[in-house]
Ligand binder design. Structure first.
Ligand SMILES: [Fe+2]
Length: 135
């Protein structure tokens, strides 16, 4: 069973951002499935890299659109993103240093973080962008 299932309660009312959030869910599920199938060491580093890279790409895209529309809470939002990147990079380092439980921790950590972040911080920009007519 997938670790994360998308539903409308995660929508931020912006098609591009919803699509990227779904992409993050998919990658977290991929990481989770690879662990469950015992694929472990051969495929995990690659999925881990993809996940970290995609998270960064997504945060940059989100910050760019919020900047474009002068979103008032952008600074605080960026801080949350930077904190997450720091924590995930730390877990990735632990994994690379041989602590294989770090991949499990990352999946669980990202799941919890993303749900809270999307349904809290991100959904606040949803109605703002909607009012501004952002696509
Ligand atoms: Fe965000």
């Amino acid at each position: 069973m997938a670790l994360m299932e998308w539903n409308d309660s995660y929508s931020v009312k912006n098609a591009a951002m919803d699509k990227q959030h779904k992409g993050l869910f998919d990658l977290i599920n991929k990481l989770h499935a690879a662990m469950g199938q015992g694929k472990g060491k051969d495929t995990l580093p690659e999925i881990f890299d993809d996940l970290v890279r995609y998270t960064q790409t997504h945060f940059t895209a989100e910050e760019t659109i919020l900047q474009k529309y002068n979103y008032p809470d952008l600074a605080a939002h960026k801080r949350q993103h930077a904190d997450l990147i720091r924590q995930v990079s730390e877990l990735q380092k632990q994994y690379q240093a041989g602590d294989f439980s770090a991949s499990m921790k990352t999946g669980e950590f990202l799941k919890k973080w993303l749900i809270e972040h999307i349904q809290g911080t991100d959904q606040k920009y949803g109605s703002f962008l909607h009012q501004k007519g952002a696509l």
